[in-house]
Design a protein around this ligand. Sequence first.
Ligand SMILES: C[S@@+](CC[C@H](N)C(=O)[O-])C[C@H]1O[C@@H](n2cnc3c(N)ncnc32)[C@H](O)[C@@H]1O
Length: 312
Amino acid sequence: MNALQSLFEEMMTSRVSEAHKEVVFHLGDCRDVLANLTDESVRLVVTSPPYNIGKEYETFQTLDQYLDAQSGVIEECVRVLAENGSLCWQTGYFVRNGEIVPLDALLFPVFRDLGLKMRNRIVWHFEHGLHCKRRLSGRYETISWYTKSDHYIFNVDPIRVPQKYPGKRHFKGPRTGQLSGNPLGKNPGDVWIFPNVKHNHIEKTPHPCQFPVELVERLVLSLTEANDLVLDPYMGVASTAIGVLRHGRRAVGAEIDPQYHSIGLGRIQAELQGALKTRPMGRPVYQPPTSNVARKIKKRVPKGKNCSVLRK
Ligand SMILES: C[S@@+](CC[C@H](N)C(=O)[O-])C[C@H]1O[C@@H](n2cnc3c(N)ncnc32)[C@H](O)[C@@H]1O
């Protein structure tokens, strides 16, 4: 019996499997799932925890209470993480009376005290969100990527992106005439631009803060191998499970809210039937065409001046 089968028997929770695809998705507290996972059985943890900002699924906690609760879950995640595994904690800001606290900074000492090493602080940039009046509008969140040891899995080839100048060649030295970049594409870097799941995003469900499946896919492809087990303690509507199944890995996680759990199960079933639509990895972000009005204004502005000259 493999780790997921015994977990399923143990907890009488939702298990969906088809051929080699397997997910255990528990309706309830993530600490129950964690308590049933054996040490070092998970190759990757990917999650976006509650931010304690008053979403419908949160009861407000002081920052100290929040930190305490997160520390307990993180400690368990580290216990179940394989020696060559990775942990990716996707967070934004705690906001109170206009003051912001970056959650990745708040949690950094917790991860370090548990012996994890940070490999990247990935900035996820998006273009939609609240319009702030007394500070700049927030247009990024972060993914803190930590590893348990120095011998971690990292495969960059499956997540390479197109070179800016694909045909560029060395023009001097011993490699003159040869391509200067990798023909498979370049390392995607640590600033990732994906639309956030709002309004008419194809993946939108009633959940207020899903992350996009393409974000999970990048992490799964670079930080795991076929059939590995990936954990999301705060699964929401199962975006992690979908990104994991799509690439032949197995998923385990929990969601405490029955509505989100049920939507998540439906999405998993649709994925297994090949019917779930997601935004494809690698699709460029939509750039709206310059409107006629903007084009006219541009024509009227003399070279080297900015728009303020028109207002005089
Ligand atoms: C930021 S959302 C995650 C969304 C998810 N990444 C997605 O794409 O759907 C955090 C989720 O954690 C759930 N949650 C909060 N406390 C939990 C707990 N103790 N155990 C399991 N789930 C919990 C919330 O209901 C919420 O859906």
